[in-house]
Write a protein that binds this ligand. Structure first.
Ligand code: 6R9
Length: 663
């Protein structure tokens, strides 16, 4: 375990306390029987029938788990279902007039939109009919490059209805990132948006989509454009571009039978960052993923149909997929969507929304909580937040100080907090307390969920002693797991399994999933996640590959070499630090720095913007020529460098140190 993680760990655990869930919560919780842990262990994998039972199946499955070909596990084999029917049709009789989505736009003078289940069902049907008419067939991948507008979940569910997997690209990603993802998925259809509002201004999105389209190597047959900005932006339309509103109007009243999908048929692809520069296309399936998101929504988020549940994530990330769209709608509840930022027009916007809608759960990220804490408790204090019953966090480790602030100032010490560890690849939550059963320990995510076999191991794969830092692994498959990386089974094995598995074996016991996070476990089985151990940064809860950023920087004219590392950042958790060597004849000046920042924004998006660009004549390298990233991280964090004797060029580190300190 890298030593800096140990130091950080000590700081986080110094004052670890336990908090029991409030009795008022426990007495009404969906899951409150502690025996669930034991029964799930005893009845594994059949325990997961409980998750499948939350769904309606057209054809019941033959087998819960087929593990005959690890790590290509299959769940609920032979079963058939449709995700959109599970999220919509089956709720119509009882909940047709209840709100499915409460959408809040950023401008405060605009009317918010409510979609009842009936209305959402109607619009999903109409758009599904339009997609069909366009020629979208089963298994054709539809790319959705959209901000937080209601048409995004509508499009997702419309795709699911006709069996076309969606691939959502976060609207904050750049044109290049869109092109890369459409190329990788061979996607011929794009649904996008003219723009959206950010901090009071219209932000044009369509031009960026067009630029991305120009980089798509195959023919794109159709582009659908949602008009969000109206007169605020006269967006360009291309030859094969159609307005979303025209399409649904044409299909007014249309009904599309939900296609019966095999449990193992792909529901969606989601591209995420990994160790190499090329994003990974994580494949999720219909039966396993939907069961997992529904079961965890019920057991961990404690969602009930009458709730108004608020997750402040963006649907462009996995959290929004599982816990704004699929999980909550599968359970027939009301899910909220907020278009804007939490500090517009004032820093109490989120609390205003919670109060107005009487939100019952709030699920957000540590980076947001740290910002709320910095802004001060006077903002939440202006509002009645007593409707809240449960609070959650996801995306990165939460420090006990932020945890306690959240507990006190948002939850009034009467809401349990769930600190949920999971990944794009896991489909849903894996390690967190069951809020109606377990005590909470600030800074520690908690025990693995029932039926999840997480272990902390050393480099050899042996379980470490409680208290010792090691690597987080998952020793048994679970229904929500990714099935492979799109079109790349080999990389799937390399990235997630090769480290701790006997890859020649067909015995599932020899296969271990490695999420590439460091962690430690306490005597009581609580897991504290320490962060990534690969070259992936976690900036404000967003996963960014250092390789992706480095290749963007090297692509800038005049740059010879670059190394990117994460430095500690009070708000973002981690921030991007770029160390750059320029080519002869190019200045190490503001102009160069601006071009580098621009290069990163163009290749990935503003979220990857370097916090600091440090010009250096050389990068610290080992004798075998490997860049010593650990040293660069220490420099970024202003930490003591320790032993530099293994370096080929130790003098360069001192030079870089001086530059960082001067900046
Ligand atoms: C859901 C999501 C996954 C990575 C993961 C880990 C970090 C997520 C965490 C956490 C500590 C938590 N992470 N939740 N670390 N405590 N509660 O964030 O997916 O974007 O794929 O990121 O985020 O490092 O490996 P994704």
């Amino acid at each position: 375990m890298p030593e800096e993680q140990d130091v950080e760990l000590e700081a986080r655990l110094e004052d670890q306390e336990r908090f029991a869930p409030p009795e008022s919560f426990v007495s009404q919780a969906n899951v409150s029987d502690p025996s669930v842990y034991e029964t799930f262990e005893e009845e594994w994998p059949e325990c997961w029938e409980q998750a499948a039972d939350l769904l309606d199946w057209n054809e019941s499955y033959d087998e819960v788990l087929d593990d005959s070909n690890p790590p290509f596990y299959e769940w609920f084999t032979g079963g058939e279902l449709n995700a959109s029917a599970n999220c919509l049709d089956r709720h119509l009789d009882e909940r047709g007039d209840e709100a499915a989505i409460e959408w809040v736009g950023e401008p405060t003078d605009e009317e918010n939109r409510t979609y009842t289940y009936e209305e959402l069902h109607r619009e999903v049907n109409e758009f599904a009919a339009a997609l069909r008419e366009m020629g979208v067939g089963e298994d054709d991948i539809v790319t959705l490059y959209m901000p937080m507008v209601p048409e995004l979940p509508i499009a997702m569910l419309a795709c699911a209805r006709i069996g076309a997997p969606h691939s959502v690209v976060f609207a904050g990603f750049s044109a290049d990132a869109l092109a890369t993802r459409m190329n990788a998925a061979d996607s011929e259809y794009l649904v996008t948006c003219d723009g959206y509002y950010r901090r009071g201004d219209p932000l044009e999105h369509k031009a960026k989509a067009d630029e991305g389209l120009a980089g798509v190597e195959h023919e794109v047959s159709d582009v659908v454009v949602v008009d969000r900005l109206g007169d605020d932006y006269d967006h360009p339309m291309g030859e094969n571009h159609t307005a979303y509103a025209d399409l649904v109007e044409e299909q007014a009243g249309a009904e599309v039978d939900p296609v019966s999908r095999d449990a193992e048929d792909m529901l969606f692809l989601m591209y995420t960052s990994g160790t190499t520069g090329e994003p990974k296309g994580v494949k999720h399936t219909t039966g396993g993923y939907l069961s997992w998101s529904a079961w965890t929504s019920r057991a961990v988020l404690d969602i009930k149909p009458d709730d108004t549940y608020f997750c402040s994530a963006d649907i462009g990330w996995i959290t929004g997929h599982s816990y704004i769209v699929y999980g909550p709608l599968a359970l027939g509840t009301t899910t909220m969507m907020y278009e804007g930022t939490p500090d517009y027009p004032e820093k109490d916007r989120l609390w205003e929304i919670v109060e107005e809608y009487e939100a019952t759960q709030l699920y957000t990220a540590p980076t947001a909580i740290r910002a709320f804490m910095k802004w001060g408790s006077e903002y939440p204090d202006q509002h009645d937040l007593s409707s809240l019953r449960l609070l959650g966090t996801v995306g990165e480790p939460i420090n006990p100080k932020a945890w306690k602030w959240y507990y006190k100032h948002i939850g009034d010490e009467s809401c349990p907090i769930i600190d949920t560890w999971w990944q794009t690849e896991t489909g849903g939550m894996m390690v967190t307390t069951l809020p109606g059963v377990k005590d909470m320990k600030p800074g520690s995510a908690g025990p693995p969920l029932p039926g999840v076999d997480a272990q902390i191991v050393n480099a050899q794969g042996d379980e470490v002693e409680p208290g010792e830092a090691g690597y987080l692994t998952v020793q048994k498959p679970w229904p929500g797991m990714l099935r492979t990386l799109y079109n790349n089974d080999e990389r799937y094995i390399d990235e997630y399994w090769a480290e701790y598995s006997d890859t020649d074996s067909d015995d599932p016991d020899d296969w271990v999933y490695f999420p590439e996070d460091g962690a430690k476990i306490d005597e009581d089985g609580y897991i504290t996640v320490l962060g990534r151990v690969d070259d992936v940064l976690n900036v404000s809860g967003h996963r960014l590959g250092t390789m992706e950023i480095e290749s963007a920087i090297v692509g800038v004219e005049g740059v010879a070499e670059a190394a990117v590392v994460g430095g500690d950042h009070e708000m973002k958790g981690e921030a991007v630090y770029a160390y750059v060597i320029t080519e002869d004849g190019y200045g190490e000046d503001e102009e160069m720095r601006d071009r580098i920042v621009e290069g990163v924004e163009d290749a990935i998006g503003p979220i990857a913007r370097p916090e600091q660009v440090v010009f250096t004549p050389e990068l610290p390298k080992t004798r075998s020529g490997k860049i010593m990233r650990r040293l660069l991280e220490d420099v970024a964090n202003g930490e003591d460098l320790g032993d530099t004797s293994t370096l080929r060029n130790p003098e360069v580190v001192r030079e870089i140190e001086t530059k960082v300190a001067d900046d």
